[in-house]
Write a protein that binds this ligand. Structure first.
Ligand code: IZC
Ligand code: ZN
Length: 419
């Protein structure tokens, strides 16, 4: 028989987490708060300094983690979650000196499109479920998921439908983005405008009607979708009520960041080749820069996105894995956090902020998640370290000991444990 406390623990009803090192990710709070977090019915009701009030001791399950740092669940605001196959065969090509765009010419995204089209909804669902489980053990409690490996109507809808079902059933929350504008499908070879018309007229109205995606994204890149095509697409998408994201200035400084700012996009993503003017425009427009340094590393590129310059100019900077089979096949957001420090020279506290509250801004979820504050969902991580610096400095291992989603324990010691 479970006692009341154990039942509360399982259901996440009334719990107090006590730690001498709470990273709240809230502005105006000390970097680390010595105090406690009160959780009721899946929400945070109180975050306070000091010892647990005596009255609460009888009514709540108490979890005292000593000096272990506690922080908000990680938010991964850029992933290509649902797809078929992997692309490990590209590694030999990369090692032989082929660039991402050279591989794109002979397979790349389109090889994943073929693999994705060949899978059923159930197969895509099972594969993505495993991916989400791995993400959860590394501390990710919310992800953005882009479609874009179907490109045709049926497969795009299938992938978005899969994300929708996963959102309903898996502990991780999913925010969906339609990214049919990821590559030109073979059936529209040589006809970019025809494909844009197809997306705008035949695919996106169905997605809106079924409520399958909140955001829309485009791979604005030389040799993929140029600036004019991207502008046309984004303008129309905005008119249909989609919030905008842009894969911008990943490889060539095309001006994707400036375009994202001009369109009032919520975020511009990648930005390895952003111009100084692009940085100014993002700051002015309040467009979040979602940086993907694990991708830079995996592409063997020589230049990370200029995160320091962006932060110094007042741009909001978020970090993400870019999980996808082609340019970042990792579910571990802590890898992106390592590269943010050692490759982009971000400070440990900036990095933790970038995977929590700033990532929430990149998904327009900043009032619900991303920090430890009253009213927010109790998505909480218990770590095996005592400070942001220790978490970043001890790289290459999983620092997440327990993951609470909506107040419930869902992963422990690298394994999922939800019901
Ligand atoms: O499958 O290569 N950059 N899209 C834009 C990707 C990378 C994913 C891929
Ligand atoms: Zn991407």
């Amino acid at each position: 028989m479970l006692n009341d406390n154990e039942i509360n623990y399982m259901s996440g009803k009334r719990t107090i987490i006590r730690s001498q090192a709470i990273f709240t990710a809230e502005k105006g709070q000390p970097e680390l708060l010595d105090g406690y977090i009160n959780v009721e019915n899946g929400l945070i009701t109180e975050v306070a300094a000091g010892e647990i009030p005596v009255a609460a001791k009888a009514s709540h399950l108490l979890i005292d983690v000593g000096d272990h740092m506690v922080l908000p669940g990680f938010i991964d605001p850029h992933t290509h979650l649902v797809h078929g196959g992997m692309r490990e065969q590209e590694l030999a090509l990369k090692l032989a000196g082929k660039s991402y765009m050279e591989i794109h010419e002979i397979g790349g995204i389109l090889s994943t499109v073929r693999a994705t089209r060949s899978l059923t909804e159930q197969e895509l669902y099972d594969k993505a479920w495993e991916t989400l489980d791995r993400m959860l053990t590394f501390g990710t409690t919310t992800v953005e998921a882009k479609s874009g490996y179907g490109l045709d109507l049926a497969t795009e809808l299938r992938c978005l439908q899969v994300a929708d079902c996963l959102n309903a059933r898996h502990p991780i929350d999913i925010v969906s983005t339609y990214m049919g504008a990821h590559a030109l499908p073979p059936e529209f070879a040589g006809d970019v405008h025809g494909y844009v018309d197809f997306m705008l007229k035949q695919v996106m109205p169905v997605i809106r009607e079924r409520g399958l995606a909140e955001f829309c994204d485009i791979f604005c890149e030389e040799g993929i979708f140029d600036l004019d095509v991207s502008r046309r697409f984004l303008q129309a998408a905005k008119g249909m009520g989609f919030l905008l994201k842009v894969h911008a200035d990943e490889i060539v400084p095309l001006g994707g960041a400036e375009l994202a700012a001009e369109m009032g996009a919520v975020s511009a993503e990648h930005l390895m080749a952003i111009s100084d003017y692009g940085i100014e425009r993002l700051a002015e427009a309040g467009t979040v820069a979602v940086l993907l340094p694990a991708t830079t590393f995996f592409l063997m590129a020589d230049k990370y996105a200029p995160a320091r310059k962006m932060l110094d100019h007042g741009v909001r900077v978020a970090l993400a894995t870019d999980y996808n089979p082609g340019s970042s096949p990792t579910e571990n957001i802590q890898v992106a956090m390592s590269h943010a420090c050692f490759g982009m020279k971000m400070q440990p506290d900036e990095i933790l902020t970038a995977v929590t509250i700033e990532a929430a801004h990149a998904l327009r979820r900043e009032t619900e998640i991303g920090s430890l504050a009253p009213g927010k969902r109790a998505d909480i991580l218990i770590t095996d370290v005592r400070s942001p610096a220790e978490l970043i400095y001890r790289f290459g291992v999983n620092h997440i000991v327990e993951v609470y989603k909506g107040g419930k324990l869902v992963a422990k010691q690298g394994r999922v444990c939800y019901e």
